[in-house]
Design a protein around this ligand. Structure first.
Ligand SMILES: [Zn+2]
Length: 231
């Protein structure tokens, strides 16, 4: 311990803590700029997709009364989950046709519920084409919002702003631009703003377990077949 009176010790320490604080703030700003810049620069080109939905748009969203699985049958059969949520810090489910390998390439991908397309375009390296749909649904008497997120698509059949019905085809299963064996990377998110983000992260706050969410919000008996089966 130092023998210096408290006051002296403090004044001695202060310049260093100020420098440390300055370095920290500079690093923080540089880091923020580094991460936000791509979104800000792209914003001009894709304004519609990246805009925050207005309160009117949110209020006008149709209420989704039930949720279906996005590929295979609406009950989740004829599809399997090759990399479930949180496995290897995965933020979604990797859904495949039961034929394996590339047998599901070009298979239809369906909107899991009524909603509005927020985002439909190329998502960048590793992502391929992405569609993000915003849904309103009721839980415990409250109106909630949830996003369904479909990635690695081969084709996109919908446009930002378009209203979708449950079971409507939004695109086809792809390989993320030839990067993977064909599969659908599928996420459910609690955000209302559309963004691409990362496919893997330890911190999962804001992300839901997709398969669990769909099973909990089926709102339909399992024998109720509402859409054509995939061959
Ligand atoms: Zn994935």
């Amino acid at each position: 311990m130092s023998d210096l009176p408290d006051e002296k010790r403090l004044s001695r320490g202060r310049p260093w803590s100020l420098v440390a604080l300055l370095i920290f703030l500079l690093a923080l700003m540089a880091d923020l700029a580094w991460h936000i810049a791509p979104e800000l620069l792209e914003r001009r080109h894709y304004q519609l997709a990246l805009d925050l939905p207005s309160p009117v748009e949110l209020a006008s969203l149709p209420m989704a009364t039930r949720f279906d699985f996005p590929i295979g049958t609406e009950h989740g059969t004829l599809a399997y989950n090759a990399q479930p949520f949180t496995t290897n810090s995965h933020l979604g489910d990797d859904l495949n046709g039961i034929g394996g390998e590339n047998s599901d390439l070009g298979d239809p991908v369906f909107a899991v519920a009524d909603g509005r397309v927020l985002f439909a375009r190329e998502g960048g390296p590793g992502w391929g084409k992405i569609v993000i749909v915003l849904h309103a649904y009721r839980e415990n008497g409250l109106r909630n919002y949830v996003q369904s997120y479909y990635a690695h698509l081969e084709t996109i059949l919908v446009r930002p702003g378009e209203l979708l019905r449950r079971g409507q085809q939004i695109g086809t299963v792809g390989t993320g631009g030839g990067k993977y064996l064909a599969h659908l990377h599928f996420e459910m998110r609690e955000f209302v703003t559309p963004f691409v983000g990362a496919g893997y992260r330890k911190e999962t706050r804001g992300w839901l377990n997709p398969e669990e969410f769909l099973r909990a919000h089926r709102g339909a008996p399992d024998e109720d077949v509402g859409r054509p089966q995939v061959e």
